[in-house]
Write a protein that binds this ligand. Sequence first.
Ligand code: ADP
Ligand code: 2DT
Length: 212
Amino acid sequence: MSCSRGALIVLEGVDRAGKTTQCQKLVHALQQSGRAAEIMRFPDRTTKIGQLISSYLEKKSNLEDHTVHLLFSANRWEMVPLMKQKLEQGISLVVDRYAFSGVAFTSAKPGFTLEWCMNPDIGLPKPDLVMFLQLNPNTAANRGEYGIERYETSAFQRTVHQRFEELMQDSSVNWKVVDAARTIEEVHKDIKLLSEDIISLAQNQPVGELWR
Ligand code: ADP
Ligand code: 2DT
């Protein structure tokens, strides 16, 4: 029996790097070429945990910093059975933010180490590919004003960017840096090629465990 599975593909990057735009375009392109693919995003604001997170991000409620970090992680873990099921069915998942955002954002707050932040996400399904959409803060600024949600300030985003750079030193994760300062179509072309390659490579390999 064939054990061909879908690939777990993650897009990361700072605010307005184009993650959502590119996730949508990638899923569409994969589907057009006859590959089963679905989009996912974290936080998934539709679950009970996701609603707590959403209210926090919208500044409608306050949560202690460790607590909200663990909720973000729990919001990923609650989706793991579904993610595994889809991957086993041969569906590739294109994910808008994952544990790397979790670590980069919390560790940008005072008093948090990368190590502490990574712990709750150890053992999550390991992405076959993580594409980091690289964009400098000035170019991001030209894409519009920051919103009103928590974390949407340029000083905080600069620290988040530094944390991502530290996370990308970890060679146990298949990071690819994509220059996100180009046109939407140019960025898409690179992302699609990288994704098609990984879908072929991953299909006969078991899903790994993140940071383990
Ligand atoms: P993110 O999900 O990373 O925050 P979005 O995909 O929501 O980013 O894009 C943020 C804004 O920038 C949107 O208005 C989008 O249309 C625009 N945008 C996305 N990619 C590009 C690009 N390559 N060049 C110019 N504008 C872009
Ligand atoms: P968007 O829904 O616009 O992507 O914003 N975040 C995200 C964390 O702090 N921890 C996490 O684990 C994740 C996945 C990034 C979501 C905001 O929440 C931040 C921006």
